[in-house]
Ligand binder design. Structure first.
Ligand SMILES: CCCCCNS(=O)(=O)c1cc(S(N)(=O)=O)ccc1C(=O)O
Ligand SMILES: [Zn+2]
Length: 262
């Protein structure tokens, strides 16, 4: 699995923004101002080919819960879209709020969603390890999918049922045969893409962000289980609910957001 062993538990969930950020002119997340995005006819549909057999475990890293994949071979890959190379899936995770009014990291014309899914991939054509890619420009490609409250998401339920087992920070359980394709919306043609960064430390400016226009629907109760997770470990006497684990929006600094649709 990718080395998302970067243990965020040293940073408080509403962690203090560092003063100096490497570069600092392509930080994420951002607001996507639809009318300012530029239609690029060369942008192709995204091609996500995931093998559920590469799914390994879920863990609570003190910031979110990550579902980690075996990325030692080219088995679960992302290509197409704005990407020149083939990227390997290493993990997916979510960001959410304490209620349904907010929780996403990106916004569309300042519209907030109750949660956002991130599927993290690294450029396996150019690098041999995730750790290398995470320090390189466009070493990573992250797909962002907005979640909205509606009907129950059957595919998500297997994941929701596993969450009580990783309630506390640093807990981990085996989790296998999960195909993350079930969390993607049907429309993989319409997205926005821009050059950005990780939204958690080390905030490296290595990410080609691909934000899908079509949200997925999950039920209120499914989101409530996300909020039953804890930032804190089993040993800590004061337990803190894992909610509002999103970063504040960052300045665009002259960047262009491209759209695959007009
Ligand atoms: C070597 C240090 C890697 C740190 C980042 N790891 S990651 O999997 O890319 C990641 C991305 C993101 S994000 N929101 O996709 O930028 C959030 C958390 C993590 C994590 O590891 O917890
Ligand atoms: Zn994320």
């Amino acid at each position: 699995a990718c080395s998302s062993r970067f243990v965020l538990s040293q940073v408080h969930p509403m962690w203090q923004e560092p003063l100096a950020i490497p570069g600092g002119n392509r930080q994420s997340p951002i607001d996507i101002a639809v009318r300012n995005s530029i239609f690029d006819p060369h942008l192709r549909p995204l091609v996500a080919k995931y093998d559920p057999r590469t799914c390994q475990q879920i863990w609570n890293n003190g910031y979110s819960f990550l579902v980690e994949y075996d990325d030692t071979m080219d088995k679960s890959t992302l290509s197409g879209g704005p990407l020149e190379d083939r990227y390997r899936l290493c993990q997916f995770h979510f960001h959410w709020g304490e209620n349904n009014a907010w929780g996403s990291e990106h916004t569309v014309d300042h519209r907030l969603y109750p949660a956002e899914l991130h599927l993290v991939h690294w450029n396996a054509d150019r690098y041999s390890l995730f750790e290398e890619a995470v320090m390189e420009e466009n070493g990573l490609a992250v797909i962002g999918v907005f979640l909205k409250v509606g009907k129950r998401h059957e595919g998500l339920q297997k994941l929701v049922d596993a969450l009580p087992a990783v309630r506390h920070r640093d807990s981990m359980v085996e989790f296998t045969k999960f195909d993350p394709s079930c969390l993607l919306p049907s429309n993989m043609e319409e997205y926005w893409t821009y050059a950005g960064s990780l939204t958690t430390p080390p905030l490296t400016e290595a990410v080609c962000w691909i934000i899908l226009k079509q949200p997925i629907e999950v039920s209120h109760d499914q989101l409530a289980v996300f909020r039953s997770l804890l930032f804190t470990s089993a040993e800590e006497e004061v337990q803190k609910s894992m909610v509002n684990n999103f970063r504040s929006q960052q300045p665009l600094k002259g960047r262009t957001v491209r759209s695959s649709f007009s």
